[in-house]
Design a protein around this ligand. Structure first.
Ligand code: HEC
Length: 478
């Protein structure tokens, strides 16, 4: 049995959130080639957009960092970088070549002597000035489509393809948090998180369903708003399409097809209009353990086809629109090491909905006391429905791996780097969980022989609370 097929799962998953830095490159990337190309104006924004999700942090892919002028220059001088960004068969980024004009920037940068800090450039809007948003016609959920919220409920488990990479196992736990609001989140630990919530709202005077999708990646806050525009029966099941609330399906959209307990969840993005939209994520999931969602529905009076909250009309203009033309209803803020809270970042981004306004959800802070053995080791934190360790604190395994039927009860599974000792789960569904921390001694990315664990701790999270727990017994060697 294989866990997430590789540690890349963690990094690549978060790339869903990458749109956060995309707008940075909008203006620069549209620059003409007659101008000088510099690291600060041209190269760094492209790297932040297209490479940093994998080539940054403590454990970069290919053991290659691209996070400074010197590092980027070194890779270009070696030649490998120019080769790979132009290699159709083995491209970088892995999900496909960047637009040609962006690839050329690297070659010009090399040819013109690796300029570090260029002249201030006037913002160019050429390509994007042309963007005229489409007319978006929301589905009127008084007539059809409301059942999307009911269909969504459940712990969805299955394989995912993300940006061309396959992961054997992913899970999303969707539960009601208000009479007409369903929410799910993926916590990735030190680098961030990713959530999507679906709710009934009023958009352009019509009662419809919108989705709020986003999270935090490497200190960049992003939320994007989508509107339900199509419901149809296909031979695969009932399909719901939600498109970018500003740019429509020319910018990004998601499609959810339900058939009984099966869900196909596909998303398509264009990096805020930099490229033509292409498939970004495909999640093929099976509904497991509906009882969590059933209990949540009961406790919040779900489902009722009523407006959860009204969207401001018009929606606030994202702050980045002062520099770049608007293509998307996406709100972005950069923490830049200031240590701001989600609410502060959301406020700065002008996000019309803040973390603090999400009903019913709680936070849980976990602090871990490390000892001489676990010092500096990556930690995995598991919130599961069943205990994954026995009463002595050892992993319950078969053939060296945690038993599959226990893995399938994992609800959240963030990972912390070796220098981090605490973590706060945000937007957490209230309920009962088992908490297990695993010190990943061989850094293979999953619980395995040699790793250090502790007896799973039972925790009960009540609605709209801030809980905290300390794990001070991480000392059982498997
Ligand atoms: C989704 C993750 C991902 C993204 C995004 C990504 N890479 Fe990579 N990159 C990898 C992985 C995995 C490897 C190692 C395996 C391989 O070489 O294919 C790698 C390897 C490389 C290598 C070879 C390193 C060596 O010395 O062997 C280069 C060069 C490279 N990437 C450049 C880039 C550039 C430039 C970008 C952005 C334009 C980028 N990558 C974006 C995942 C990624």
């Amino acid at each position: 049995m294989k866990w997430f097929s590789s540690r890349k799962g963690r990094v690549a998953f978060l790339s869903v959130v990458l749109a956060g830095s995309e707008c940075v490159a909008l203006a620069q990337s549209t620059g003409g080639f007659e101008d000088e190309v510099s690291y600060l104006n041209d190269i760094r924004p492209v790297i932040e957009n297209f490479c940093a999700s994998c080539h940054s942090g403590d454990d970069p892919e290919g053991e290659m960092l691209l996070t400074s002028y010197e590092l980027a220059r070194k890779q270009v001088e070696r030649g490998e970088l120019l080769e790979r960004i132009n290699d159709h068969d083995d491209p970088m980024p892995e999900d496909g070549l960047m637009p040609k004009h962006m690839r050329r920037l690297f070659a010009i940068w090399a040819e013109t002597g690796f300029i570090d800090r260029g002249k201030e450039k006037p913002v160019r809007r050429s390509e994007y000035q042309e963007f005229s948003p489409p007319e978006i016609t929301p589905v009127d959920v008084s007539r059809e489509g409301f059942e999307l919220l009911e269909a969504l409920q459940g712990h969805w488990v299955g394989p995912m393809t993300l940006m061309g990479q396959k992961y054997d196992w992913m899970a999303f736990d969707y539960r009601a948090i208000a009479p007409s609001h369903v929410h799910g989140i993926f916590e990735a630990g030190t680098i961030g998180n990713l959530f999507t919530s679906f709710f009934v709202t009023e958009f352009k005077g019509r009662k419809t369903i919108m989705a709020r999708n986003g999270g935090v990646l490497n200190g960049i806050y992003r939320t994007s708003y989508f509107v339900l525009t199509d419901v149809r029966k296909t031979w695969r099941g009932t399909r719901y399409k939600l498109v970018d609330a500003f740019g429509g399906d020319g910018i990004m959209w998601m499609e959810l097809t339900f058939s009984g307990d099966r869900l196909e969840f596909n998303s398509y993005t264009s990096r805020l209009g930099l490229t033509a939209p292409k498939r970004h994520m495909a999640f093929n999931a099976q509904r497991k353990r509906p009882e969590l969602a059933v209990a949540a529905a009961r406790s919040v009076g779900f489902p009722r086809n009523v407006v959860d909250f009204s969207m401001p009309d018009p929606m606030p203009v994202p702050t980045w629109v002062s520099e770049y033309p608007q293509t998307s209803q996406t709100y972005i803020a950069h923490d830049e090491g200031r240590g701001l809270s989600l609410v502060q970042l959301g406020t700065e981004a002008q996000d019309p909905r803040l973390a603090s306004q999400m009903p019913h959800l709680s936070t849980l802070s976990v602090s871990i006391e490390r000892n001489a053995f676990t010092a500096g080791k990556p930690l995995h934190i598991y919130l599961s429905q069943k205990a994954i360790t026995d009463s002595s604190g050892k992993l319950i395994t078969r053939g060296g791996y945690v038993r599959e039927e226990l893995i399938d009860t994992l609800l959240l599974y963030p990972e912390l780097n070796g220098r981090t000792d605490s973590f706060t789960f945000t937007y957490l569904h209230p309920g009962d969980y088992f908490l297990t921390v695993v010190a990943d001694m061989d850094t293979d990315g999953y619980p395995s022989p040699g790793d250090i664990t502790h007896p799973a701790t039972r925790i009960s999270v009540r609605p709209e609370t801030r809980e905290s727990v300390t794990v001070d017994n991480l000392n059982v060697r498997n």
